[in-house]
Design a protein around this ligand. Structure first.
Ligand code: CP
Length: 316
C-alpha cells in the first residue's frame, strides 16, 4: 500500500478486513516491523480518537510517533501554487511536506473541509498537496471529503456484530446545531457498497450526499420506513451538499430514540463519536446494550494498525 487517503485505496476489502481481524487478535505480534521508523501525525483540527488510536497503533508496531497541531504550533501554510506570500502564510506546503519527509517515514494528516469552497474541498487540497510534495506515504486522519480510517473500523465492527450473512444497515442523518462535514458518511457509504449488506440511507430532503458517492444506493426519506427490520443503525449528522455546507433542517423528530429503534430487528446503534447526546441520539439508546459505540472506537486502533502495517511492508 502506497497511501491511504480514501476507502478506494483498499483493493480487496474482504481480505483487508480479515487481515485487520488477525491484527486485533495479536496486536503486538509485529513489533519489529516499525522499529527505527517514525510516523508524523499532523492535525489542522481537534481529535480524540484518531489521535490516540493512531498513536497506539504505531506503538503496537514499535514505531516512534511525532504529533503536531499545525494550526497552533507551526507556521501557517500556503497551498496555492505561485502564490505571492504577502499574507498570513509563512511557509509553502512544498517546503513543509519536503522537510517533514526528512523526519518521518509516514505522514498522517487531519484537515477538515472549509464547507464554504466546494471546489477546494472536493480537490482535497491539503492532503493532496502532501501526497504531491512529500516523499513518504500519506495517510488521511480525516480529510475534506473522506474519513477512511473510521470507515474501516466501522466495517470491522459490523463484521464482528452481525448475526446474519447479509445484515440490513441504515445510515441515518440526525440533527446537530452546527454544520458538519460529509467525510464520515461519504467513507461509510463507500465501504458499505463493498460489503455484503442491505444498505439504506435515510435523511430529510436537502441532505442528499454527493450523487457520485451514493450512486446505486437506496435513499429513503421516511426515517421510520428505513428503520424497519434494520440490524445496524449508523447515525451521523452532515451539512447539505447541494446547498453546500449549510444547515437546512434541524428537525428534532430525526433524533434517534426508542420510537425508531423499536422498529428495527434489535439493531445495534453505531456512531463515529464525538456524539451530541439528545441531539443525535437519546441517552436511553446510547446508554443501552444496543449501543456499540465504544467497541467501534476501540476498532480504530486496529484499522489504523492494519493500514500502517501494509504501508510499512511496502517500504521494505
Ligand atoms: N471519530 C473520530 O474521528 O473521532 P475524533 O474526531 O475524536 O478523532
Amino acid at each position: 500500500m502506497k497511501k491511504y487517503t480514501s476507502v478506494d485505496d483498499i483493493n480487496d476489502l474482504i481480505e483487508f478486513l480479515q487481515f485487520t481481524k488477525e491484527i486485533k487478535n495479536n496486536p503486538l505480534g509485529n513489533k519489529q516491523l516499525g522499529k527505527d521508523k517514525t510516523i508524523g501525525l499532523l492535525f489542522f483540527n481537534p481529535s480524540l480518537r484518531t489521535r490516540l488510536s493512531t498513536q497506539k497503533a504505531a506503538q503496537n508496531l514499535g514505531m516512534d510517533c511525532m504529533v503536531m497541531n499545525l494550526n497552533s504550533d507551526s507556521w501557517t501554510l500556503e497551498f496555492e501554487d505561485g502564490a505571492v506570500m504577502d499574507g498570513s502564510a509563512s511557509e509553502h506546503v512544498k517546503e513543509a511536506a519536503g522537510v517533514i519527509s526528512q523526519y518521518c517515514d509516514i505522514i498522517a494528516i487531519r484537515s477538515f473541509p472549509t464547507l464554504t469552497d466546494k471546489e477546494k474541498d472536493e480537490a482535497e487540497t491539503v492532503i493532496s498537496s502532501f501526497v504531491k510534495f512529500a516523499s513518504v506515504p500519506i495517510i488521511s486522519l480525516e480529510g475534506a471529503v473522506e474519513h477512511p480510517l473510521q470507515a474501516l473500523a466501522d466495517a470491522l465492527t459490523i463484521e464482528e456484530y452481525k448475526t446474519t450473512q447479509r445484515p440490513k444497515v441504515v445510515l441515518s442523518w440526525a440533527p446537530h446545531p452546527k454544520a458538519l462535514p460529509q467525510s464520515v458518511p461519504n467513507s461509510f457509504v463507500k465501504i458499505m457498497k463493498k460489503m455484503e449488506v442491505d444498505f439504506v440511507i435515510t435523511h430529510p430532503e436537502g441532505y442528499e450526499l454527493n450523487p457520485k458517492v451514493t450512486e446505486g444506493v437506496k435513499i429513503e426519506y421516511d426515517q421510520e420506513e428505513a428503520f424497519k427490520n434494520a440490524d445496524f443503525i449508523y447515525a451521523k449528522n452532515w451539512s447539505s451538499y447541494t446547498d453546500y455546507g449549510k444547515v437546512v433542517n434541524k428537525d428534532p423528530n430525526w433524533t434517534i430514540g426508542k420510537r425508531q429503534m423499536d422498529l428495527t430487528d434489535n439493531a445495534r446503534f453505531m456512531h463515529c463519536l464525538p456524539v451530541r447526546r439528545n441531539m443525535i441520539v437519546t441517552d436511553e439508546i446510547l446508554d443501552s446494550d444496543a449501543s456499540i459505540v465504544i467497541p467501534e472506537a476501540h476498532n480504530r486502533v486496529y484499522s489504523a494498525q492494519a493500514v500502517i502495517t501494509k504501508i510499512l511492508e511496502g517500504l521494505k
